[in-house]
Design a protein around this ligand. Structure first.
Ligand code: URA
Length: 423
């Protein structure tokens, strides 16, 4: 094939054939198709979309670019979860050990954060000694013994996606349903899980601000998973307000441990339990009671075993910021707005996130919220505490949250966290 012909086809709103897509992905992965040609192609796809068959072919071609894990030798059912990302979204931390406490294997291959969305591995690395990189043998043996593994995805899974995602990131072509759906699902299908629950978010802190677009993304991914033989469901959830009270790394681990101890913020508990129910149902345990396992210590035992198996000390003290700045209420009233995205950006500016892939994150940095929409406050009450190692970072973080929250006379209407379930 001639890549310029294929670009023209997409430019002129045509559809690519299976053979053309297979060839394109393979040639791009090998470097025969140049980045500038692939950028034109992704922009054409961004503008003109892809048909259902093309999205399926793109996903399968990206899976075929690398290895596909196989858990058929494992004596346990496998199930996994993927979130499209949000602010304060630490759900994977309590969820994986919770589900594993029922004897199910959770092979959670995770990533690091880039921009305002945090990465699960960055959060866990706040725990002294914990390591994200496991060999294939260590991974398999931990799945068999502990059940829960949260570790770094090796570069062997869907390498075409790794290259393409990096290109999309610098060419303004990330926010495109066919490209996001094929990117996420190629990695999850290659990972080898038998079932998958997707947490697809909408609102201020999500990729898709608009619920209708988030629903379309969810439906596209559920179809891709199901067609590839992975039992897939999705929950459509609200990401307008940060999840829980902690935004950062070490503080998100602390909040996750509270949830595993039977406490923690109501929204984090609600979403953790709802996702666990779906995963356990798909793994053949429709009557399992995950809320009970959070209360009776089983989930915590599973967390301790998971952290220890990867070299971490679950009893160790987590880092706290050396500098803090607390914002207080300027009047009496009720918190009526607290937008996820500006708070995510503020935590990022405090050092909790990275600007470039190779930058380190500062594990102690972040924001602790003392209020959520609906909380009644008096003038002078603490609203949020920013934490950093360098106080010079407070100014730009404060700029980010200026205008992102407000206090009113009456409470805002309650918003459901879980809006729909897509099967
Ligand atoms: N996450 C991914 O892995 N890929 C995307 O395209 C977007 C989010």
């Amino acid at each position: 094939f001639d890549v310029v012909d294929l670009i023209r086809t997409k430019r002129d709103k045509g559809a690519l054939t299976t053979d053309q897509i297979d060839w394109l992905v393979d040639a791009y992965t090998r470097g025969y198709v140049a980045d500038e040609q692939m950028s034109a192609m992704t922009m054409a796809i961004f503008l003109n979309g892809m048909q259902r068959d093309e999205i399926r072919d793109l996903t399968l071609a990206m899976i075929a670019s690398g290895e596909r894990l196989d858990f058929s030798g494992l004596s346990k059912a496998t199930t996994d979860k993927h979130s499209t990302g949000g602010v304060g979204d630490k759900i994977t931390l309590p969820l994986a050990p919770l589900v594993a406490s029922f004897g199910v294997a959770v092979p959670q291959l995770s990533g690091r954060g880039l921009g305002h969305t945090g990465g699960t591995l960055d959060k866990l690395e706040s725990i002294p000694g914990w390591r994200a990189a496991l060999t294939n043998d260590e991974f398999m043996s931990q799945l068999d013994s502990v059940g829960a593994v949260i570790c770094a995805a090796g570069s062997g899974l869907a390498p075409a996606d790794g290259k393409l995602y990096a290109l999309r990131d610098i060419t303004g072509t990330v926010e495109c349903i066919p490209l996001i759906a094929s990117s996420i699902m190629s990695k999850k299908i290659a990972e080898g899980t038998a079932s998958l629950v997707l947490d697809v978010k909408f609102g201020s802190g999500a990729f898709m601000q608009d619920p209708a677009r988030a629903r379309e993304l969810a439906e596209t991914m559920v179809r891709l998973g199901t067609d590839a033989g992975v039992a897939t469901r999705a929950l459509l959830t609200d990401m307008d307000v940060p999840l829980g009270l902690a935004i950062g790394n070490a503080n998100e681990v602390r909040e996750s441990v509270e949830v595993l101890a039977g406490g923690g913020p109501a929204d984090v508990v609600e979403l953790t339990v709802a996702l666990a129910r779906e995963m356990l149902d798909l793994a053949g345990l429709p009557d399992a009671d995950p809320a009970q396992a959070l209360k009776d210590g089983r989930a915590m035992d599973s967390w301790n075993a998971m952290i220890r198996a990867q070299g971490g000390d679950p009893e160790a003290t987590l880092p706290t910021p050396s500098e803090t700045h607390t914002v207080v209420a300027d009047r009496d009233g009720v918190i009526d707005r607290l937008e996820a995205l500006p708070f995510g950006i503020a935590a990022w500016r405090l050092g909790a996130g990275r600007a470039r892939k190779q930058d380190p994150v500062i594990h102690s940095a972040g924001i602790d919220l003392h209020v959520k929409p609906g909380t009644a406050v008096k003038a002078g009450d603490p609203l949020f505490t920013l934490g950093a190692e360098d106080p010079a970072r407070f100014e730009r973080a404060l700029e980010s949250i200026e205008g992102a929250w407000s206090i009113a006379d009456t409470a805002p209407a309650a918003r459901p966290l879980i809006v729909d379930r897509i099967v």
